[in-house]
Design a protein around this ligand. Structure first.
Ligand code: SAM
Ligand code: SF4
Length: 344
């Protein structure tokens, strides 16, 4: 049966609520799967990227985002791959900023490796971006090169400086890597807090095939936290960004440290997020294979009726949670796609 126009209009405004009563209010969009780095935990050295013709255009990304915002999305994060390597991505920020102006959207933000921030920080601030996440796992230039394979630490530090000068609040994200940066976590924290930036630590997740086994990289954040407790007082903090991190305030530095612990502590109960890939596939959970194609309904018609129906149907399938396991008995990653595809 074809729905009547007023039924579609109603659907296009109806809040998206999943079967477990969770309001979907946070959309992450991977605008490209490409990147100017090849971080060892994220990508293999010779990645095969998606053909450009499969990608949503920036106008199509705007259309999907706008449909989500009409249905209750309050926070939009652009990510990737590296979002700032997508050609003309600033025009997407510019067009999305209209939803900040109307108040429909609370926050427009991005996660970046920082390599192009010196070029784009001011424009991002002009388009209403207030807070950004910059991923940085080490302050040692050689180690940085080893982790990112292609990255230049000075360029990233310059980008962070440019962002701060443009008035953006910067949060540093670091993946805790066994035997690689575990001796540096305290240093990263005092550096970040010294500049007024919070630090969020992330456990390595089993996403996509990469060369070295992740079992060798995995460092439980419970261990990191216990080590920090040797020298610092950590006070539980209610601060939330809408993401999965849980925070403590460090009494000695005054700054916050966030812990994202998908491996040692499931964070699914309060999950309000869905993720759109650059080809228009909607993943209702980072750690599950189930997905919905939004590109076909988007391209089937210039009006959004089919898109709204597909969104509704997808959210009705959002699972309760994921169950990542890294252990020696499992040769394969829990999820075959790389983080750079789904968008971190
Ligand atoms: N390129 C941007 C960046 O690095 O910030 C955005 C995309 S990146 C995929 C987003 C975040 O995912 C980064 O903080 C990165 O460290 C993290 N990440 C990538 N692969 C991961 C994995 N297998 N486990 C945990 N975090 C991962
Ligand atoms: Fe690129 Fe970010 Fe993945 Fe590193 S973590 S390879 S910067 S997408």
């Amino acid at each position: 049966m074809i729905a009547k126009p007023d039924a579609i209009e109603q659907l296009a405004r109806a809040p998206l609520v999943d079967p477990f009563g969770r309001d979907i209010s946070y959309l992450r969009i991977s605008v490209t799967d490409r990147c100017d780095f090849r971080c060892v935990y994220c990508m293999s050295e010779d990645m095969t990227f998606l053909p450009k013709r499969d990608l949503l255009t920036l106008e199509e990304i705007d259309r999907v985002a706008t449909a989500f915002i009409a249905r209750g999305t309050r926070k939009l994060r652009l990510t990737g791959g590296e979002p700032l390597v997508r050609r003309d991505v600033m025009s997407l920020f510019r067009s999305l900023s209209r939803h900040l102006t109307t108040g429909a959207l609370e926050e427009l933000t991005l996660t970046t490796n920082g390599s192009l921030l010196d070029r784009y920080a001011q424009e991002l601030a002009d388009y209403g971006v207030r807070r950004i996440n910059v991923s940085l796992d080490t302050l040692d230039p050689d180690k940085f090169r080893k982790i990112t394979r292609w990255g230049d630490l000075d360029k990233v530090l310059g980008g962070i400086e440019a962002a701060r000068k443009a008035g953006l609040r910067v949060k540093i994200n670091a993946v805790a890597l066994k035997g690689v940066n575990e001796d540096e976590i305290e240093g990263l924290m005092t550096w970040a807090h010294g500049l007024g930036m919070d630090l969020t630590l992330i456990e390595v997740m089993p996403l996509g095939e990469i060369e070295p086994g992740r079992i060798d990289q995995f460092l439980p954040l419970s261990v990191v936290r216990a080590r920090l407790l040797d020298n610092y007082s950590l006070i539980e903090d209610p601060y939330r960004t809408g993401g999965p991190a849980r925070y403590v305030r460090v009494k000695e530095t005054g700054g916050l440290v966030g812990f994202i612990t998908p491996m040692t502590h499931n964070f699914c109960e309060s999950c309000n997020r869905v993720r759109l890939t650059c080809t228009g596939t909607l993943y209702m959970c980072l750690g599950q294979e189930d997905a919905a194609d939004l590109r076909a309904p988007l391209r089937a018609s210039p009006d959004d009726a089919g898109l709204h129906r597909a969104m509704e149907e997808a959210i009705s399938r959002k699972p309760k949670g994921h169950d990542f396991i890294i252990d020696r008995r499992r040769a394969k990653p829990a999820v075959g796609r790389h983080m750079s595809v789904t968008g971190g």
